[in-house]
Ligand binder design. Structure first.
Ligand SMILES: [Zn+2]
Length: 173
């Protein structure tokens, strides 16, 4: 999970929502991935998808039996589907995601035996730390957009003041 947190930090540094994933087989790290849908112009570029793709390439197999996926945030439905297709043995996630979590928070894709026979799920591992990285990121993003709005307002006020001061010929009613 520490490696997944480091991958999340890579996402944060790139201006993406900080989620990271690492795929391991036994003690061996096969691949990692970080969330990058904005930079990648790719709605599927979640951390889990990146790690699954890289691991499948590394192992030359579209199925990854016996592998475990560590991810800092509860997987969404898309990633849960890909995890099932890859036949991942176990998913370990950090923070729960009350908005899109598909491991019990919104839906529980893995609880449906008709969909899934392969994957066990453990959630809430280092949940506070994983969640804190996300909370800090969104708080910072809100602060930046607040400041941008304030700067835009000040600039427009200044322009209006200047326009008033520089228009002495403007006919007065
Ligand atoms: Zn996802």
């Amino acid at each position: 999970m520490r490696l997944a947190q480091a991958a999340a930090e890579t996402a944060r540094a790139a201006g993406e929502v900080p989620v990271g994933a690492v795929l391991v087989r036994g003690d061996e790290v096969i691949a990692s991935g970080f969330n990058h849908p904005i930079g990648g112009h790719d709605p599927s570029a979640h951390a889990e998808m990146a790690a699954l793709r890289a691991a499948a390439q590394a192992l030359g197999n579209y199925r990854l039996p016996g592998c475990e996926l560590y991810v800092t945030l509860e997987p969404c439905l898309m990633c849960a589907g890909a995890i099932m297709h890859a036949r991942i043995a176990r998913v370990v996630f950090g923070a729960h995601d009350p908005k899109t979590g598909a491991c019990g928070s919104v839906v529980d894709a893995f609880a449906n035996p008709q969909l899934n026979h392969h994957t066990s799920v453990s959630g809430g591992v280092l949940a506070d730390e994983c969640g804190e990285a996300l909370r800090t990121f969104f708080a910072e993003r809100r602060r930046v957009s607040r400041e941008a709005r304030r700067a835009a307002r000040l600039q427009s006020e200044e322009e209006q003041t200047r326009a008033g001061a520089c228009s002495p010929d403007e006919p007065s009613a």
